[in-house]
Design a binder for this molecule. Sequence first.
Ligand SMILES: Cc1cc2nc3c(=O)[nH]c(=O)nc-3n(C[C@H](O)[C@H](O)[C@H](O)COP(=O)(O)OP(=O)(O)OC[C@H]3O[C@@H](n4cnc5c(N)ncnc54)[C@H](O)[C@@H]3O)c2cc1C
Length: 422
Amino acid sequence: MMNKPVNCNVAVIGAGMAGMAAAIFAANRGLSVVCVGKASEISFSSGCLDLFSRIPGSDMPAFDNPFEGIAALTKLQPDHPYAKVGREDIVQGFEEFTGFMNTSGIQYHCTPETNQKIITPAGTLKSTWCVPSAMYAGTRALAEKKKILIVDIRGLKGFGARQMAQSLKKHHPCMGSVTVEFPGRETAGDLMCERLTWDLETPDILSRFIGVLRPHTAGYDTVGLPAILGIYRFEELKNKIEKALGKTVFEIPTLAPSVTGMRTKEAFLGQLPASKVRHYPVMVKDITHGEAGFSFEVSEGIAVREVRAENLILATGRFMGRGLGVNASGNIREMLFDLPVTQPRDRREWFRRDFFNPKGHGVNRSGLETDECFRPLGRGGKVFHPKLYAAGSILAHQDWKREKSGSGISIASAYRAVDHLA
Ligand SMILES: Cc1cc2nc3c(=O)[nH]c(=O)nc-3n(C[C@H](O)[C@H](O)[C@H](O)COP(=O)(O)OP(=O)(O)OC[C@H]3O[C@@H](n4cnc5c(N)ncnc54)[C@H](O)[C@@H]3O)c2cc1C
């Protein structure tokens, strides 16, 4: 069954950080937007917005000031996506994105010229630019050398408070740890964050959890918990625990899939109707294109609907997002338009022997070449289609994992692309 076609100014393919940002920016400019895509890498993210920290393989230490880092990076690597975006655009893009998330219930703390630190479940400090308010008391406590208690929950996998406090002692000596039982789950065996997150939304369990925490917090200024304080009401739950304990409380992101990443996604999806963005959580198989624009089908239950778009933003990510794949001859290919992909010449150059090699792996820099406004280049080096744009991790010449630039590249490239088409 075919539903009536939908016409729009912009179709965004991808609902990860880049697709979300592009949809928001386009809707804010009064354009009609269709956004297509399923759960993305965002569900694994810490929820912090990274801008830039480190040049992979260079002798330079991590940058405290992300903009100094980007200036040094783009001098060394003029084909990096950040070289196509000015500082003003990055700042405005972040302001617009965080403003949108704020109306959806997630507030970020960003310091203009400096990266901030958060505690990771590996017991390391991670540099990031914008910290969600649920984690911010931890960032402040680290900066102000306050006494921090890290709490873990017996049975919770991948989160060891003792090991974290031990590893972090060299950076922050006044740190303690405790393991507590989660009310009602004392005999449950392995625990999942998502389960505890739902449990804590129940007032009785929340108050018993506070009772379990209370005897351990004397002498500490702030309490770090695994990120389990709910998907939607986390500020309310955090405030209740803080009030009851008389301490500030912060969350530490957990291993994937992370509640903090899910929150980001839910906040975005929840705000889409108000922004008049139509979202289809499906995968697009084929896109036809011509002078008038683009056309593809999305499924709606048992029915199918055609989407006709004047412009298209390709924000389909790399391998995990499914923007890139590998063909039978072992070459990396772009999955929807078969756009040329810059990649190592030989498969043996995809990976280095040492997984943690600071230079990174060749395969992680593969992606699309674009012009200055992020329009992908076709074979022959010419713009593939005047109204096709690309944003996010699908872009070539960047290793967001090692650079700590995941959200930054996504937001900045989406901002620049939408600015050009609007
Ligand atoms: C474990 C982990 C932790 C991370 N932590 C952080 C962090 O702390 N801070 C930070 O800034 N960044 C972090 N990131 C990176 C960040 O989440 C994003 O991965 C990055 O910003 C790139 O986003 P993207 O939108 O380009 O791609 P993706 O997130 O991969 O999204 C691609 C989207 O395209 C869609 N798609 C693909 N093909 C199709 C198709 N044919 N039809 C329809 N839709 C399609 C997918 O469904 C998906 O929605 C982390 C990533 C991972 C994996």
